[in-house]
Write a protein that binds this ligand. Sequence first.
Ligand code: A3P
Length: 289
Amino acid sequence: MARLDVTETFEGIRFPGHLHTQESLSFASTFPFRDSDTLLVTYPKSGTTWMQEILTFIYSKGDPGPAKTIPNWVRIPWLEHHYFKQTLQQTSKPRLFTTHLPQQTLAAALRKSKPKVIYVARNPKDVAVSFYHFHKMANFLPDPGSFDDFLHHFLDGSVHFGSWFQHIKSWLSCQAELGLFCITYEELHQDLKGCVERLSAFLGCPLQPDQIASICQHCSFASMSENTTAHLALIPREIMDPSKGSFMRKGIIGDWKNHFSLRQDTHFNQTYQQEMDHCDLGFTWRGLD
Ligand code: A3P
């Protein structure tokens, strides 16, 4: 299933046809969750893979075995990807899933049970930069053109996976109803140990100090670069081309400052203001600096 040039539009949002079909998206939207499931929700490039690794290590109590031997798309598969049904048979308990879908697509399914939902957010300026570079290496995404072109599409929400603004607003509007555990990429950076402790409490998965130390060591950018790159090497280069970039690219906060012109920054801030006017995120990055 290559379908590298195919785009699937579902509920008004464009998805790469290489990974999504109408059937797989419909299946996700009516998925029968269980109360014992954990759902990781992110907009692309917000730290999905990082959180997948952390969750894997929390449930393995710091044992590197599962993370080293099983690719993340099998450990914590994407609900909306076409291979999901097949992977579901192999998923061990407790079941962990990942999704990039907006809240409204999963609203009905999430009303029927109470899985634990974790939302990871990242400063959208860094998301835009990371997503731009990812478009260059992922042959299942359209050619992003110049950074200026890409930023324009990012801000008007016409990029694949839809608008960052709509995504975060849709999920955070149900924070209380879903008992959402919100965390930012920046918090993971600043205090990984504290984040792991909070997550283990939320998941009801107590950890010993040596297990927490193991998680922090294995989930550092350096360790994950080796591990993630090893798994991504399983993906054919026609699909993800390592000569055009690295998935574990920089892993830093504030790389947008190396990419944005003053004009782009002003335009971004204006759009952010308009879109997020009445939305109090309550995250560490209150501003966009
Ligand atoms: P950059 O492109 O800014 O480097 P996702 O998994 O949602 O696609 O996000 C990918 C981004 O998360 C990339 O950002 C990647 O480098 C970063 N990332 C992944 N693991 C990380 C880690 N352990 N520490 C810091 N950043 C990490």
